[in-house]
Design a protein around this ligand. Structure first.
Ligand code: PLP
Length: 375
Protein backbone atom coordinates (compact mmCIF):
# COMPACT_ATOMS: atom_id res chain seq x y z
CA UNK A 1 0.00 0.00 0.00
CA UNK A 2 2.81 2.41 0.91
CA UNK A 3 3.80 3.73 -2.56
CA UNK A 4 0.16 4.64 -3.24
CA UNK A 5 0.18 7.05 -0.29
CA UNK A 6 3.23 8.91 -1.61
CA UNK A 7 5.19 8.42 -4.88
CA UNK A 8 2.24 6.94 -6.77
CA UNK A 9 -0.34 9.34 -5.43
CA UNK A 10 -2.32 9.76 -8.68
CA UNK A 11 -6.11 9.71 -8.83
CA UNK A 12 -7.19 6.51 -10.60
CA UNK A 13 -9.75 8.51 -12.61
CA UNK A 14 -7.17 10.96 -14.03
CA UNK A 15 -6.12 10.50 -17.60
CA UNK A 16 -2.52 11.67 -17.11
CA UNK A 17 0.36 9.30 -16.46
CA UNK A 18 0.20 9.61 -12.64
CA UNK A 19 -3.48 8.74 -12.73
CA UNK A 20 -2.85 5.80 -15.01
CA UNK A 21 -0.29 4.31 -12.61
CA UNK A 22 -2.97 4.36 -9.89
CA UNK A 23 -5.61 3.02 -12.32
CA UNK A 24 -3.32 0.12 -13.22
CA UNK A 25 -2.99 -0.82 -9.54
CA UNK A 26 -6.77 -0.67 -9.10
CA UNK A 27 -7.32 -2.83 -12.19
CA UNK A 28 -4.83 -5.40 -10.95
CA UNK A 29 -6.49 -5.47 -7.51
CA UNK A 30 -9.94 -5.83 -9.08
CA UNK A 31 -8.71 -8.69 -11.23
CA UNK A 32 -7.19 -10.49 -8.23
CA UNK A 33 -10.35 -10.06 -6.14
CA UNK A 34 -12.56 -11.23 -9.03
CA UNK A 35 -10.46 -14.39 -9.38
CA UNK A 36 -10.88 -15.23 -5.69
CA UNK A 37 -14.63 -14.57 -5.75
CA UNK A 38 -14.92 -16.42 -9.08
CA UNK A 39 -16.65 -13.52 -10.80
CA UNK A 40 -16.05 -11.00 -13.55
CA UNK A 41 -13.92 -7.90 -12.95
CA UNK A 42 -16.89 -5.69 -13.83
CA UNK A 43 -18.80 -7.34 -10.97
CA UNK A 44 -16.46 -6.00 -8.24
CA UNK A 45 -17.60 -2.61 -6.87
CA UNK A 46 -15.35 -0.87 -4.34
CA UNK A 47 -17.03 0.79 -1.36
CA UNK A 48 -15.89 2.29 1.95
CA UNK A 49 -16.60 -0.97 3.80
CA UNK A 50 -19.27 -3.55 4.42
CA UNK A 51 -21.78 -1.14 5.94
CA UNK A 52 -21.87 0.76 2.69
CA UNK A 53 -21.85 -2.45 0.64
CA UNK A 54 -24.81 -3.84 2.62
CA UNK A 55 -26.73 -0.56 2.32
CA UNK A 56 -26.02 -0.43 -1.40
CA UNK A 57 -27.14 -4.03 -1.89
CA UNK A 58 -30.46 -3.53 -0.10
CA UNK A 59 -31.44 0.04 -1.03
CA UNK A 60 -29.77 -0.15 -4.45
CA UNK A 61 -31.71 -3.22 -5.53
CA UNK A 62 -35.07 -2.06 -4.15
CA UNK A 63 -34.69 1.45 -5.61
CA UNK A 64 -33.91 -0.02 -9.03
CA UNK A 65 -36.88 -2.40 -8.86
CA UNK A 66 -39.24 0.36 -7.73
CA UNK A 67 -38.19 2.69 -10.54
CA UNK A 68 -40.77 1.52 -13.03
CA UNK A 69 -42.96 -0.52 -10.77
CA UNK A 70 -45.32 0.17 -7.89
CA UNK A 71 -45.90 -3.48 -6.91
CA UNK A 72 -45.53 -4.33 -3.22
CA UNK A 73 -42.16 -6.00 -2.75
CA UNK A 74 -41.24 -8.70 -0.23
CA UNK A 75 -37.81 -9.27 1.31
CA UNK A 76 -36.63 -12.18 3.45
CA UNK A 77 -33.86 -11.83 6.00
CA UNK A 78 -32.95 -13.39 9.33
CA UNK A 79 -33.44 -12.15 12.87
CA UNK A 80 -29.67 -12.13 13.48
CA UNK A 81 -28.36 -10.00 10.61
CA UNK A 82 -25.92 -7.16 11.14
CA UNK A 83 -27.51 -3.69 11.62
CA UNK A 84 -25.99 -2.69 8.24
CA UNK A 85 -28.70 -4.90 6.71
CA UNK A 86 -31.42 -4.65 9.34
CA UNK A 87 -31.53 -0.87 9.52
CA UNK A 88 -31.98 -0.30 5.76
CA UNK A 89 -34.71 -2.96 5.88
CA UNK A 90 -36.43 -1.10 8.72
CA UNK A 91 -36.51 2.04 6.56
CA UNK A 92 -37.90 0.06 3.62
CA UNK A 93 -40.52 -1.55 5.86
CA UNK A 94 -41.61 1.97 6.83
CA UNK A 95 -42.03 2.68 3.11
CA UNK A 96 -44.34 -0.25 2.56
CA UNK A 97 -41.91 -3.05 1.67
CA UNK A 98 -42.90 -6.30 3.37
CA UNK A 99 -40.04 -7.83 5.36
CA UNK A 100 -39.96 -11.35 6.80
CA UNK A 101 -37.45 -11.95 9.61
CA UNK A 102 -36.68 -15.66 9.72
CA UNK A 103 -36.33 -17.06 13.23
CA UNK A 104 -33.19 -19.04 14.03
CA UNK A 105 -32.67 -22.18 16.07
CA UNK A 106 -30.63 -22.60 19.27
CA UNK A 107 -27.35 -22.50 17.32
CA UNK A 108 -28.45 -19.50 15.27
CA UNK A 109 -29.18 -21.52 12.14
CA UNK A 110 -31.85 -20.50 9.65
CA UNK A 111 -34.21 -23.41 9.01
CA UNK A 112 -34.39 -24.26 5.29
CA UNK A 113 -37.99 -25.49 5.48
CA UNK A 114 -39.16 -22.30 7.22
CA UNK A 115 -37.22 -20.33 4.62
CA UNK A 116 -38.88 -22.16 1.73
CA UNK A 117 -42.32 -21.56 3.23
CA UNK A 118 -41.64 -17.84 3.62
CA UNK A 119 -41.05 -17.29 -0.11
CA UNK A 120 -43.90 -15.42 -1.80
CA UNK A 121 -44.70 -14.49 -5.38
CA UNK A 122 -43.51 -10.95 -4.69
CA UNK A 123 -40.24 -11.93 -2.95
CA UNK A 124 -37.45 -10.03 -4.68
CA UNK A 125 -34.56 -10.20 -2.23
CA UNK A 126 -33.17 -12.68 0.27
CA UNK A 127 -30.40 -11.33 2.49
CA UNK A 128 -28.82 -13.81 4.88
CA UNK A 129 -25.35 -13.40 6.36
CA UNK A 130 -22.78 -16.15 5.76
CA UNK A 131 -21.32 -16.08 9.29
CA UNK A 132 -22.76 -14.32 12.30
CA UNK A 133 -20.46 -11.80 13.94
CA UNK A 134 -21.45 -12.56 17.53
CA UNK A 135 -21.74 -16.33 17.67
CA UNK A 136 -19.90 -17.45 14.53
CA UNK A 137 -22.66 -19.71 13.19
CA UNK A 138 -22.27 -20.59 9.49
CA UNK A 139 -25.57 -20.21 7.64
CA UNK A 140 -26.48 -22.66 4.83
CA UNK A 141 -25.81 -20.14 2.07
CA UNK A 142 -25.21 -22.62 -0.72
CA UNK A 143 -28.42 -24.49 0.08
CA UNK A 144 -30.44 -21.26 0.24
CA UNK A 145 -28.87 -20.24 -3.08
CA UNK A 146 -29.90 -23.55 -4.65
CA UNK A 147 -33.51 -23.10 -3.53
CA UNK A 148 -33.59 -19.58 -4.98
CA UNK A 149 -31.99 -20.67 -8.24
CA UNK A 150 -34.56 -23.42 -8.65
CA UNK A 151 -37.47 -21.04 -8.02
CA UNK A 152 -36.00 -18.47 -10.40
CA UNK A 153 -35.71 -21.14 -13.11
CA UNK A 154 -39.38 -22.08 -12.60
CA UNK A 155 -40.46 -18.43 -12.60
CA UNK A 156 -38.48 -17.68 -15.76
CA UNK A 157 -40.70 -20.13 -17.59
CA UNK A 158 -43.88 -18.57 -16.22
CA UNK A 159 -43.42 -15.07 -17.67
CA UNK A 160 -43.96 -11.86 -15.70
CA UNK A 161 -43.00 -13.44 -12.38
CA UNK A 162 -40.46 -11.66 -10.17
CA UNK A 163 -36.90 -12.92 -9.92
CA UNK A 164 -35.46 -13.36 -6.44
CA UNK A 165 -32.02 -11.83 -5.86
CA UNK A 166 -29.72 -13.31 -3.23
CA UNK A 167 -27.39 -11.24 -1.04
CA UNK A 168 -25.01 -12.40 1.65
CA UNK A 169 -22.94 -10.38 4.09
CA UNK A 170 -19.70 -12.37 4.03
CA UNK A 171 -17.68 -10.07 6.30
CA UNK A 172 -17.05 -12.76 8.92
CA UNK A 173 -16.74 -15.63 6.45
CA UNK A 174 -13.82 -14.86 4.16
CA UNK A 175 -11.05 -15.80 6.59
CA UNK A 176 -12.49 -19.27 6.99
CA UNK A 177 -14.71 -20.18 4.04
CA UNK A 178 -14.42 -20.15 0.29
CA UNK A 179 -16.66 -17.41 -1.06
CA UNK A 180 -17.04 -18.58 -4.64
CA UNK A 181 -20.00 -16.50 -5.80
CA UNK A 182 -21.00 -19.06 -8.45
CA UNK A 183 -20.93 -22.09 -6.15
CA UNK A 184 -22.99 -20.14 -3.60
CA UNK A 185 -25.45 -18.95 -6.29
CA UNK A 186 -25.13 -15.33 -5.20
CA UNK A 187 -26.20 -12.10 -6.88
CA UNK A 188 -24.71 -9.82 -4.23
CA UNK A 189 -21.97 -10.30 -1.62
CA UNK A 190 -20.42 -7.76 0.77
CA UNK A 191 -17.19 -7.74 2.70
CA UNK A 192 -14.62 -5.37 4.12
CA UNK A 193 -10.84 -5.18 4.43
CA UNK A 194 -10.29 -4.97 8.15
CA UNK A 195 -11.87 -8.34 8.95
CA UNK A 196 -9.29 -10.13 6.78
CA UNK A 197 -6.20 -8.40 8.19
CA UNK A 198 -6.46 -5.68 5.56
CA UNK A 199 -6.99 -1.93 5.84
CA UNK A 200 -10.01 -0.25 7.39
CA UNK A 201 -12.36 1.89 5.33
CA UNK A 202 -12.42 -0.26 2.21
CA UNK A 203 -14.91 -2.90 1.13
CA UNK A 204 -16.47 -4.61 -1.84
CA UNK A 205 -19.93 -5.29 -3.09
CA UNK A 206 -20.01 -8.08 -5.66
CA UNK A 207 -22.89 -7.38 -8.03
CA UNK A 208 -23.67 -10.14 -10.50
CA UNK A 209 -24.05 -8.78 -14.04
CA UNK A 210 -27.69 -8.12 -14.87
CA UNK A 211 -28.73 -7.45 -11.27
CA UNK A 212 -30.90 -4.31 -11.16
CA UNK A 213 -29.16 -1.86 -8.85
CA UNK A 214 -28.99 1.86 -8.46
CA UNK A 215 -26.13 3.78 -6.81
CA UNK A 216 -26.87 5.67 -3.62
CA UNK A 217 -24.32 8.45 -4.00
CA UNK A 218 -24.59 10.95 -6.79
CA UNK A 219 -21.56 12.60 -8.28
CA UNK A 220 -18.59 11.39 -10.23
CA UNK A 221 -20.08 8.24 -11.81
CA UNK A 222 -17.25 6.02 -10.53
CA UNK A 223 -17.65 2.26 -10.26
CA UNK A 224 -20.12 1.99 -13.13
CA UNK A 225 -22.27 4.69 -11.53
CA UNK A 226 -22.83 2.50 -8.48
CA UNK A 227 -20.46 4.27 -6.12
CA UNK A 228 -19.49 7.81 -6.96
CA UNK A 229 -16.37 9.06 -5.22
CA UNK A 230 -12.60 9.03 -5.76
CA UNK A 231 -11.22 5.56 -5.34
CA UNK A 232 -9.21 4.72 -2.21
CA UNK A 233 -6.20 3.36 -4.11
CA UNK A 234 -4.00 2.27 -1.15
CA UNK A 235 -7.06 0.67 0.49
CA UNK A 236 -7.95 -1.20 -2.70
CA UNK A 237 -4.39 -2.46 -3.15
CA UNK A 238 -4.31 -3.54 0.52
CA UNK A 239 -7.70 -5.22 0.36
CA UNK A 240 -6.71 -7.31 -2.66
CA UNK A 241 -3.49 -8.41 -0.98
CA UNK A 242 -5.33 -9.23 2.25
CA UNK A 243 -7.83 -11.37 0.34
CA UNK A 244 -5.03 -13.14 -1.53
CA UNK A 245 -3.20 -13.91 1.71
CA UNK A 246 -6.27 -15.02 3.65
CA UNK A 247 -7.40 -17.31 0.81
CA UNK A 248 -3.90 -18.80 0.47
CA UNK A 249 -3.51 -19.47 4.20
CA UNK A 250 -7.14 -20.31 4.99
CA UNK A 251 -6.70 -24.00 5.67
CA UNK A 252 -3.57 -23.62 7.77
CA UNK A 253 -5.04 -20.76 9.83
CA UNK A 254 -8.38 -22.54 10.26
CA UNK A 255 -6.64 -25.52 11.87
CA UNK A 256 -4.53 -23.42 14.20
CA UNK A 257 -7.37 -21.16 15.32
CA UNK A 258 -9.82 -24.03 15.77
CA UNK A 259 -7.43 -25.76 18.16
CA UNK A 260 -6.90 -22.58 20.20
CA UNK A 261 -10.62 -21.85 20.39
CA UNK A 262 -11.76 -25.37 21.23
CA UNK A 263 -9.05 -25.90 23.87
CA UNK A 264 -9.99 -22.56 25.42
CA UNK A 265 -13.70 -23.36 25.60
CA UNK A 266 -13.07 -26.84 27.05
CA UNK A 267 -10.79 -25.40 29.73
CA UNK A 268 -13.24 -22.60 30.62
CA UNK A 269 -16.01 -25.17 31.09
CA UNK A 270 -13.73 -27.21 33.35
CA UNK A 271 -12.46 -24.31 35.44
CA UNK A 272 -15.54 -22.12 35.80
CA UNK A 273 -18.93 -23.37 36.95
CA UNK A 274 -22.23 -22.24 35.54
CA UNK A 275 -21.10 -21.05 32.12
CA UNK A 276 -23.16 -21.22 28.95
CA UNK A 277 -21.35 -21.60 25.63
CA UNK A 278 -23.53 -19.86 23.05
CA UNK A 279 -21.38 -20.72 20.03
CA UNK A 280 -22.07 -24.08 18.43
CA UNK A 281 -18.48 -25.30 18.15
CA UNK A 282 -19.32 -27.75 15.36
CA UNK A 283 -21.30 -25.40 13.14
CA UNK A 284 -19.31 -22.19 13.50
CA UNK A 285 -16.13 -20.64 12.18
CA UNK A 286 -13.21 -21.17 14.58
CA UNK A 287 -12.91 -17.45 15.20
CA UNK A 288 -15.50 -16.95 17.90
CA UNK A 289 -16.59 -18.23 21.28
CA UNK A 290 -19.53 -16.48 22.86
CA UNK A 291 -19.71 -17.47 26.51
CA UNK A 292 -22.14 -16.34 29.22
CA UNK A 293 -20.81 -16.28 32.79
CA UNK A 294 -24.09 -16.41 34.63
CA UNK A 295 -24.14 -14.05 37.61
CA UNK A 296 -21.22 -11.86 36.49
CA UNK A 297 -21.69 -8.65 34.57
CA UNK A 298 -20.31 -8.64 31.01
CA UNK A 299 -19.00 -5.08 30.93
CA UNK A 300 -17.17 -5.62 34.22
CA UNK A 301 -15.54 -8.81 32.89
CA UNK A 302 -14.47 -6.89 29.79
CA UNK A 303 -12.91 -4.08 31.85
CA UNK A 304 -11.15 -6.48 34.22
CA UNK A 305 -9.67 -8.41 31.29
CA UNK A 306 -8.69 -5.19 29.54
CA UNK A 307 -6.80 -4.05 32.63
CA UNK A 308 -4.78 -7.26 32.31
CA UNK A 309 -4.07 -6.59 28.62
CA UNK A 310 -6.74 -8.91 27.19
CA UNK A 311 -9.12 -7.42 24.63
CA UNK A 312 -12.57 -8.99 24.31
CA UNK A 313 -16.04 -7.69 23.57
CA UNK A 314 -19.40 -8.18 25.21
CA UNK A 315 -22.33 -9.90 23.61
CA UNK A 316 -24.37 -6.83 24.40
CA UNK A 317 -24.51 -3.91 22.06
CA UNK A 318 -23.99 -0.62 23.83
CA UNK A 319 -26.67 1.75 22.65
CA UNK A 320 -26.03 5.33 23.81
CA UNK A 321 -26.11 5.32 27.61
CA UNK A 322 -28.26 2.25 28.09
CA UNK A 323 -27.15 -1.32 27.69
CA UNK A 324 -29.46 -3.36 25.52
CA UNK A 325 -29.40 -7.12 25.37
CA UNK A 326 -27.97 -8.43 22.11
CA UNK A 327 -30.77 -9.22 19.61
CA UNK A 328 -28.65 -12.12 18.33
CA UNK A 329 -28.41 -13.75 21.75
CA UNK A 330 -32.10 -13.13 22.42
CA UNK A 331 -32.93 -14.70 19.03
CA UNK A 332 -31.13 -17.94 19.97
CA UNK A 333 -33.20 -18.15 23.13
CA UNK A 334 -30.89 -16.73 25.78
CA UNK A 335 -32.54 -15.01 28.74
CA UNK A 336 -32.09 -11.25 28.84
CA UNK A 337 -30.20 -11.40 32.13
CA UNK A 338 -27.80 -14.02 30.76
CA UNK A 339 -27.18 -11.88 27.66
CA UNK A 340 -25.70 -9.25 29.95
CA UNK A 341 -23.16 -11.70 31.33
CA UNK A 342 -21.83 -12.64 27.92
CA UNK A 343 -18.35 -12.19 26.50
CA UNK A 344 -17.32 -12.70 22.89
CA UNK A 345 -13.81 -14.12 22.70
CA UNK A 346 -12.28 -13.77 19.23
CA UNK A 347 -9.40 -15.86 17.99
CA UNK A 348 -7.14 -14.96 15.09
CA UNK A 349 -4.12 -16.24 13.21
CA UNK A 350 -1.72 -14.27 15.40
CA UNK A 351 -3.00 -15.60 18.72
CA UNK A 352 -0.83 -18.06 20.60
CA UNK A 353 -1.27 -20.89 23.10
CA UNK A 354 0.56 -18.74 25.65
CA UNK A 355 -2.11 -16.05 25.30
CA UNK A 356 -4.88 -18.61 25.78
CA UNK A 357 -3.09 -19.91 28.90
CA UNK A 358 -2.83 -16.38 30.26
CA UNK A 359 -6.57 -15.78 29.85
CA UNK A 360 -7.36 -19.13 31.44
CA UNK A 361 -5.28 -18.13 34.45
CA UNK A 362 -6.77 -14.69 35.00
CA UNK A 363 -10.38 -15.33 34.01
CA UNK A 364 -11.59 -17.66 36.86
CA UNK A 365 -10.67 -15.26 39.72
CA UNK A 366 -12.26 -12.35 37.81
CA UNK A 367 -15.53 -14.27 37.44
CA UNK A 368 -15.44 -15.39 41.07
CA UNK A 369 -14.88 -11.82 42.30
CA UNK A 370 -17.61 -10.35 40.09
CA UNK A 371 -20.11 -13.03 41.04
CA UNK A 372 -19.53 -12.24 44.71
CA UNK A 373 -20.14 -8.56 44.01
CA UNK A 374 -23.34 -9.17 42.07
CA UNK A 375 -26.56 -8.19 43.88
C1 PLP B 1 -21.26 -9.12 9.70
C2 PLP B 1 -20.83 -7.70 9.55
N1 PLP B 1 -21.40 -6.94 8.60
C3 PLP B 1 -21.05 -5.66 8.40
C4 PLP B 1 -20.09 -5.07 9.18
C5 PLP B 1 -19.72 -3.63 8.94
O1 PLP B 1 -18.49 -3.55 8.30
P1 PLP B 1 -17.69 -2.18 8.13
O2 PLP B 1 -17.24 -1.80 9.50
O3 PLP B 1 -16.58 -2.51 7.20
O4 PLP B 1 -18.59 -1.16 7.55
C6 PLP B 1 -19.46 -5.81 10.20
C7 PLP B 1 -18.46 -5.19 11.07
O5 PLP B 1 -18.30 -5.49 12.21
C8 PLP B 1 -19.85 -7.17 10.38
O6 PLP B 1 -19.29 -7.93 11.33
Amino acid sequence: MLPYFSDKYGNASSLHAFGQIAAKAVNQARENIAKLLNCGIEEVIFTSGATEADNLAVFGLVNALRKNNNDKLHIITSAIEHPAVLEPLKILAGQGVEVTYLPVGKSGLVDLEIFKKSIKDNTVLVSIMYVNSEIGIIEPIREIGEVIEKINAERAGQGGKKRIYFHTDAVQALNFLDCDTKKLHLDLLSFSGHKIYGPKGIGVLFVKSGTPIQGLQLGGHHEKNLRSGTLNVPGIVGLAEALRTCSRDREKNNKKILKLRNNFVAAVKKRIKNVRVNTDLKKSTPSLASISFVGAEGESILIALDLSGVAVSTGSACASASLKASPVLLAIGIKEETCHSTIRFSFGKNNTEAEVKKVLKILPPIIERLRKMAP
